[in-house]
Design a protein around this ligand. Structure first.
Ligand code: C5P
Length: 399
């Protein structure tokens, strides 16, 4: 599974760095090409000679090689890798990663990395539970990084508690699991709607909402990573899709989103409706800016927008599944079930605006997935990237 994978192994300065030698050996044995990047403090714990002998590549630690002046491009490295693993990740490295403090080669590489990043924290128990570390780890999660949570047991300080770096075999296991999911959706076509819609009133005003599109874009990236061909119909957002397997169709209004969705739907195996479609649109568009003083804009006639999810849900083929979202503020579960039935959906992803960290404009979400047969799955607060993986695992039969 790991054969041929290009891995950046980032090592920072903690006693657990000795375990990174075993980790490196396991990765090489599994057929990976490994580039070690070590922090200046890391070198106090483990020598670059050991690491370069095992990896077969010079270890990178400085921005330049002192005698030749050769520049080590963190940008090229970040593009080269299939994954970056930072083990051990000390409290200081975690803090720098969380806050973009780019003062060594490991951090600049991390900031440039396009590949998924796995972080294995290791530190003493008090550092581990300090609110700053807890917050920094949460921040890293919210950026979509994978945290390989520290284990509890005896620590270098001879105290016992949480802070042990996970064993090299376990870290390799996490990587294997991740790469194994890479073709789970091979040959599947997935249509995803994302973002808000804007319904123009006049050249300077529109009806819209606070949706940022983050959940829909995270779903598109995760589906593409699993090998799906993705059509992402996106309302006006400031995000871009990274994976070339994602075809992005940009729209502005609900009508345009419906037209695009209807065009792509016949080909799709799954349609995931993550867009926050405006409920109403102005009946008429005014070519000129409506004057506040003259006509007033307090009485603009509105018309109801088409329901895209319902249009697809009620006309889907036997082999097609349509999944909707429900953002609720009260009687959440019942409202979501009613919505799922009314719109002919196979499942609905419920998030409550009462849950802190859920909903629009956050990097996290807390969801419950309700299925047409009545059963449901509840998940804790996670990054939107992790939530996307949970949704695809649950609704696309690909766990
Ligand atoms: O009815 P409500 O807006 O709460 O429904 C939410 C679900 O329906 C979401 O999946 C959303 O993308 C979809 N929807 C739609 N077209 C609309 C309104 C909602 O596709 N006009």
């Amino acid at each position: 599974m790991l054969k041929g994978k290009r891995i950046i192994l980032g090592i920072s300065g903690g006693i657990a760095a000795y375990k990174s030698v075993y980790l490196l050996r396991l990765l090489i044995k599994a057929g990976c090409e490994v580039q070690v990047v070590i922090t200046p403090n890391g070198k106090e714990f483990i020598t670059p000679v050991t690491l370069s002998s095992l990896s077969g590549k010079p270890v990178i630690s400085e921005f330049f090689t002192a005698n030749t002046g050769e520049w080590h491009s963190h940008v090229d490295l970040g593009l080269w890798a299939d994954a970056m693993v930072i083990a051990p990740a000390t409290a200081s490295t975690i803090a720098k990663m969380a806050n973009g403090v780019a003062d060594n080669m490991l951090i600049t590489t991390y900031l440039s990395a396009k590949a998924p990043v796995f972080i294995a924290p290791a530190m003493d128990l008090d550092m581990m539970r300090h609110p700053s570390t807890v917050r920094n780890i949460e921040l890293l999660k919210s950026y979509g990084n994978h945290i390989i949570d520290a284990a509890t047991g005896e620590l270098a300080s001879h105290l016992s508690g949480k802070g042990r770096m996970r064993e090299p075999e376990e870290i390799v296991g996490e990587l294997e699991k991740f790469f194994a999911s890479g073709d789970k959706l091979k040959d599947k076509k997935i249509l995803i709607t994302a973002g808000p819609t804007h319904e123009p009133i006049d050249p300077v005003r529109y009806i819209g909402n606070y949706s940022t599109g983050k959940m829909g874009y995270a779903l598109a990236e995760e589906a593409a990573r699993r090998g799906a061909q993705v059509t992402l119909i996106s309302g006006p957002v400031s995000l871009t899709a990274n994976n070339p397997a994602i075809e992005v169709i940009k729209v502005t209004t609900a009508r345009e989103m419906l037209n695009a969705a209807q065009q792509s739907f016949p080909e799709a195996d799954y349609a995931i409706m993550a867009a926050a479609v405006a409920d109403y649109a102005p009946q008429n568009f005014s070519d000129c800016k409506i004057k506040r003083e003259k006509n007033g804009i307090e009485n603009i006639p509105l018309i109801k927008n088409p329901d895209i999810a319902m249009t697809l849900g009620l006309h889907k083929g036997e082999d097609q599944k349509v999944i909707g979202f429900a953002l609720e503020t009260d009687h959440e579960f019942q409202h979501a079930v009613d919505k799922m039935k009314r719109k002919g959906l196979d499942a609905i992803v419920l998030n409550s605006l009462r849950d802190p960290g859920a909903g629009f404009a956050t990097d996290t979400n807390k969801i419950t997935i309700i299925f047409a047969d009545g059963h449901s799955l509840e998940f804790p607060l996670k990054s939107k990237a992790e939530v996307a993986a949970d949704i695809l695992d649950s609704v696309c039969d690909c766990e």
